[in-house]
Design a protein around this ligand. Structure first.
Ligand code: ADP
Ligand code: TRP
Length: 320
C-alpha cells in the first residue's frame, strides 16, 4: 500500500499539529510505503517572503526528522525539488473544468477573508492532484478540510483516464476524523491564527510561561472540580498515561488541587515528552547540510517514481 501526504511549511509547529497531524502521519510509516513531502510551492500562495519560505521549509524538515520520521523507510522530499510534478499539473489542467475549481471551499473561504485571487490560489487543487497522482498513491491521510481537494483529485484522474486511457490510479482519502481537536490556551481550537498555541520546540522559560497562561475558571483550591470541563486537563491527558490521567481526575474531583499545580505538572510532562526530540532537533539544526542530503535523497527516490508516471501521461496525450 502506498501512502502519500503533504504538509505546508507555515511557521513553528504547535502541539495541535503534533497530535492532529504529525503523530498520525508518522504512525503510518508502519503501514506501507509512505511518501511525505513539504509543500513549499503550495505555501507560496500564502508566504511571499523568500527568507521566510526557506526558513519555514527547513523548520518543518527538522521538526519531522526530530520527531521520528525515518528517511530510510519514508520517502521524504521537498515539492520544489521535483519539478516533474508541474509538468504533470499542466497535463491535468487540460482536463480540469473551471467550474470544479470554482466550487472549492478553500478557495472561496480565502477570497471571503480578503485574499487576492491569484491564479495559483485558484489552481491549487490541480497541483495537489498532481502531487498525489504522480506517486500513484493508494491512500492520502488528510484533515477534514482537505476532503474536497481529494475529491477533485479523483475527478481529475477519472476525466484524464476517460479522455486518454487508463494512466492514473484513483486515490482514497483517509480522513483523520478520530483525531480530536486539541484546545488552545483559551479553549478554542489551538491554531496559529488564534495566537493560542503551545509550540513543540519553544524555549523552556517561554514554554512554562505559556502553560501558566492557560485559561481556567476561577474555582478556588479547596473546591471540587470537573476535569472534563478543564483545558489544562484536556492537554494533560494527551501526555499522561492512563494511570496518571485517572489519578489527576480523582484529585480534581476530591478538591484541594489548585490550577497552578496542574499547570506545573502539565509543563513537566510536556517538557519530558519532547526532550529526546528536542535534543535530536538541536543536533540536526547544527548540521543543515545533513538535512539537505536527506531531502535530496528523498527527492531522487520520488523522482524515479514520478518520472515513470509522467512518461506514461506524456505518451497518452501524444507529446512523448
Ligand atoms: P493552524 O490551524 O495552526 O494554521 P494548520 O491549518 O496549518 O494549523 O494545520 C496543519 C495540520 O495540523 C492539519 O492537518 C490540521 O488538521 C492539524 N491541526 C492543526 N491544529 C490542530 C488542533 N488544534 N487539533 C488537532 N489537529 C490540528
Ligand atoms: N493542501 C494540503 C494542506 O493544506 C497540503 C497538500 C498539498 C497535500 N499537496 C498535498 C496534502 C497532497 C496531501 C496530498 O494541508
Amino acid at each position: 500500500m502506498r501512502i502519500l501526504s503533504g504538509i505546508q511549511p507555515s511557521g513553528r509547529l504547535h502541539i495541535g499539529n503534533y497530535f492532529g497531524m504529525m503523530r498520525p502521519a508518522l504512525d503510518l510509516q508502519e503501514r506501507g510505503q509512505a511518501f511525505l513531502f513539504i509543500a513549499d510551492y503550495h505555501a507560496m500562495t500564502t508566504i511571499t517572503a523568500a527568507d521566510e519560505l526557506r526558513r519555514a521549509s527547513l523548520d518543518v524538515a527538522l521538526d519531522f526528522l526530530a520527531c521520528g520520521l525515518d528517511p530510510q523507510r519514508t520517502v521524504f522530499y521537498r515539492q520544489s525539488d521535483v519539478p516533474e510534478v508541474h509538468e504533470l499539473a499542466w497535463l491535468l489542467s487540460t482536463v480540469t473544468p473551471v467550474g470544479l475549481l470554482e466550487r472549492c471551499h478553500a478557495y472561496k473561504d480565502k477570497l471571503a477573508r480578503g485574499a487576492s485571487a491569484s491564479h495559483a490560489l485558484f489552481a491549487y487543487p490541480v497541483l495537489m492532484a498532481a502531487d498525489i497522482l504522480a506517486v500513484r498513491a493508494d491512500i492520502v491521510p488528510v484533515g477534514q478540510d482537505q476532503k474536497q481537494h481529494l475529491e477533485v483529485a479523483r475527478d481529475i484522474a477519472v476525466k484524464f483516464n476517460q479522455r486518454h486511457g487508463e494512466v492514473f490510479h484513483l486515490p482514497d482519502p483517509l480522513i483523520q476524523e478520530h483525531v480530536s481537536v486539541v484546545p488552545g490556551l483559551d479553549g478554542q481550537k489551538m491554531s496559529k491564527s488564534y495566537n493560542n498555541t503551545i509550540e513543540i520546540f519553544g524555549a523552556q522559560k517561554a514554554t512554562r510561561k505559556t502553560v501558566m497562561r492557560i485559561v481556567t475558571n476561577s474555582q478556588g483550591v479547596e473546591e471540587s472540580k470537573d476535569p472534563e470541563k478543564c483545558n489544562v486537563f484536556a492537554l494533560y491527558r494527551l501526555f499522561a498515561d492512563e494511570a496518571r490521567t485517572q489519578e489527576m481526575a480523582r484529585r480534581y474531583r476530591a478538591g484541594g488541587l489548585g490550577y497552578g499545580e496542574v499547570k506545573q505538572a502539565l509543563f513537566e510532562l510536556l517538557w519530558q515528552h519532547f526532550e529526546p526530540y528536542r535534543r535530536r532537533r538541536e543536533e540536526l539544526a547544527a548540521d543543515p547540510r545533513r538535512v539537505e542530503t536527506v531531502l535530496a535523497e528523498g527527492a531522487a527516490r520520488a523522482r524515479e517514481e514520478i518520472t515513470r508516471t509522467l512518461r506514461d501521461a506524456r505518451r497518452a496525450v501524444g507529446v512523448s
